[in-house]
Design a protein around this ligand. Structure first.
Ligand code: URA
Length: 270
């Protein structure tokens, strides 16, 4: 079995059927660690609040403008956009390290800033750190991270090489819950500044929390994936969160389609 096959097998997409004459869609570069989806399975979460609507209620004004929420929905005394707009990487890292602006910091071990090539063309955005990430200080190092690494390999990418990985919130929410709207609104300016500094050519939002926060509107993920969106002039592709794919491996085929869309978009073909 060659490397491509190994990657596709891991994504449960093998054997791959291709139209005669069509170009090969993958350029996998690494041997994939064999792992069973069931090894990764995380318990399903309880129903989450409507993040988009709640975000609209709590978002600070600069966030409202940045993500295009309706001004009449804004309601927040906080405004940090000005503070962050001129700071450099070391200052931003320091601010995140020192941040105590929301209740998440009190319950986590450390902040998880983000990792990778600070001039990457590809930016992947998840939701927030889990237990492993909280312990190690790096995004996506647990079981979902292994799948994300394999997804990267499937499109010829590798963590840290032309790829940056970050989350919507920098601190682990307790009990594996989704971040709440006020936590997202407080933390999002850090990611926004990261994006300004990285200047990625493409953003991939992993899961509904990332999609909602970056788009500034709420919709079922199934209706958002499969088309190209825009984040301030940067093409934005929305796909399923790797943790969800571990619980719902049948959806991996759609995630693969999304990655193909991302590759086409990156090369100006979408
Ligand atoms: N899930 C996320 O959304 N981010 C991580 O860093 C880990 C798991």
């Amino acid at each position: 079995m060659d490397r491509n096959e190994a990657v596709l097998r891991e994504l449960k997409l093998y054997p791959l059927w291709r139209r005669r004459g069509a170009p090969a869609p993958v350029a996998a570069v690494e041997v994939v660690q064999e792992a069973q989806a069931s090894d990764y399975a995380a318990p399903p979460r309880p129903a989450q609040p409507d993040v988009g609507r709640a975000l609209a209620r709590h978002a600070p004004s600069e966030l409202v403008e940045a993500v295009g929420l309706k001004p009449d929905l804004q309601h927040s005394p906080v405004s940090r956009g000005g503070e962050l707009s001129n700071i450099n990487w070391p200052e931003l890292k320091q601010q995140v390290r020192d941040c105590t602006l929301c209740k998440l910091r009190a319950g986590c071990t450390q902040t998880v800033f983000g990792v990778g090539d600070e001039q990457a063309e590809w930016l992947f955005v998840g939701e927030g750190p889990g237990a492993d990430e909280d312990a190690q200080g790096e995004p996506f190092v647990g079981q979902a991270g292994k799948l994300l690494d394999n997804m990267l390999l499937a499109i010829g990418l590798r963590r840290g090489k032309n790829v940056y990985i970050a989350n919507i919130v920098k601190c682990r929410p307790p009990n594996n819950r989704a971040p709440e709207a006020d936590e997202i609104a407080t933390c999002l300016p850090y990611l926004q500044r990261q994006i300004e500094l990285i200047k990625p050519r493409l953003i991939v939002a992993l899961g509904k929390t990332a999609a909602t926060a970056l788009l500034g509107r709420d919709a079922p993920l199934g209706s958002l994936r499969g088309t190209l969106h825009d984040y301030h002039g940067i093409p934005l592709v929305i796909t399923y969160h790797p943790a969800y794919l571990l619980r719902s491996p049948m959806e991996k085929a759609k995630a693969w389609q999304d990655l193909c869309l991302a590759m086409r978009a990156r090369h100006g073909e979408a």
